[in-house]
Design a protein around this ligand. Structure first.
Ligand code: IPM
Ligand code: MN
Length: 360
């Protein structure tokens, strides 16, 4: 069987333990669908600073460039949190990785589960039926523009700029995805104020005719922030720039009831990276209480990107099945509480043998 190389970057906090569960599930689908995954472990984030003096060591980048796909756990450590201006920070590892691998589109699906609607702080009838995916541009805009602080410390600037080709490539991905879904794209911007937003509108409008079946809407970001909690089920595909996408995707994550459920993919020019959207959750590290489902669902996106559509589907239906059975990690307040590792075992087991049922 052909070998697929996967770089594993477990990172900090709960990163390693949720990554371990994702591996169990990837191994289970590999077995069932006759594939072979070869893993290569590498350090990133605070642990990489401790071990190698850099949040993204050369050998880690090498491992990613040599891989068919990258799986990323989480980064961040409290010892850096109180000093946002520290010279070396774990987050730099992530930003450098995005830039070096050319990960231009961050894709974050937000799915709600009937059984978990009550966990959201929003009213159940408002979030019911919500199923959207955010396409956030990831290697441009204000995150990567020229920036500086004046020597006297009295002024600073960050530049937001975009090239049409940077907008075009993510726009096509978003429209392709919309074709597989409810065929609606909402471009979120601030075109009433920003030049870059006006550029986005023009570029997206120029591509839209290639997808005549997709309805294209425009929404200002302030309004979108409100609509996301007022009437979230209206959204299908949200397309937006780097910083707006950063903010809106955190906001949207509340709809699902737990950060522990949301996966993401960052699509790159050469390779793609898959990671749960949650952070390193240091308070929970090593306690076996972290929810591995976001990591496991990220693994589903990973295998899907390798063409293993059936495997991805099987992982998703299994997660849903487990949730419907009332099984979950503590933050889901389930009828039956399982630890991180036991959830991983259960999902891997069910994925390996779909005839199996949970008897509770
Ligand atoms: C995210 C994070 C990162 C971002 C940070 C850690 C740099 O918030 O992945 O959304 O702002 O992109
Ligand atoms: Mn963020």
């Amino acid at each position: 069987t052909p070998k697929t190389k996967i770089a594993l970057l477990p990172g900090d906090g709960i990163g390693p333990e949720v990554t371990e569960q994702a591996i169990k599930v990837m191994d289970a689908v590999a077995e069932r669908f006759d594939q072979h995954f070869e893993y290569c472990h590498a350090d990133v984030g605070a642990i990489a600073i401790d071990r190698h003096g850099s949040p993204l060591p050369e050998e880690t980048l090498e491992a990613c460039l040599n891989a068919d796909a990258v799986f990323f756990g989480a980064i961040g450590h409290p010892k850096y949190d109180n000093d946002p201006s520290a010279k070396v920070r774990p987050e730099q590892g992530l930003l450098q990785l995005r830039k070096s691998l050319g990960l231009y589109a961050n894709i974050r699906p937000v799915t709600t589960y009937e059984k978990l609607l009550h966990l959201s702080p929003l009213r159940e009838d408002r979030i019911k039926g919500t199923d959207m995916v955010i396409f956030r541009e990831l290697t441009g805009g204000i995150y990567f523009g020229e920036k500086n602080t004046a020597e006297d410390g009295q002024s600073a600037y960050d530049t937001c700029s975009y090239q049409v080709d940077e907008i075009d490539r993510i726009t096509r991905l978003a429209f392709e995805q919309a074709m597989l879904r409810r065929r609606k794209v909402t471009l979120v911007d601030k075109a009433n104020v920003l030049e870059t937003s006006r550029l986005w509108r023009r570029a997206v409008q120029a591509i839209a005719p290639e997808y005549p079946e997709v309805e294209l809407d425009f929404m200002f970001v302030d309004n979108a922030a409100m609509q996301l909690i007022q009437y979230p089920s209206q959204f299908d595909v949200i397309l937006t720039s780097n910083m707006f996408g950063d903010i809106l995707s955190d906001e949207a994550s509340v709809l699902a009831g737990s950060m522990g459920l949301l996966p993401s993919a960052s699509v790159g020019v050469h390779t793609s990276m898959f990671e749960p959207i949650h952070g390193s959750f240091p308070q929970a590290a090593g306690q076996d209480i972290a929810n591995p489902m976001a990591a496991i669902l990220s693994a589903a996106m990973l295998v899907e990107s390798l063409g293993m559509t059936e495997a991805a589907k099987s992982i998703r239906t299994t997660v849903q099945y487990v949730l419907e059975k009332g099984i979950g990690t503590p933050e889901l307040k389930p009828n039956i509480v399982y630890g991180c590792s036991k959830i991983g075992d259960l999902i891997a087991h069910l994925v390996a043998d779909p005839e199996e049922e949970i008897l509770v």
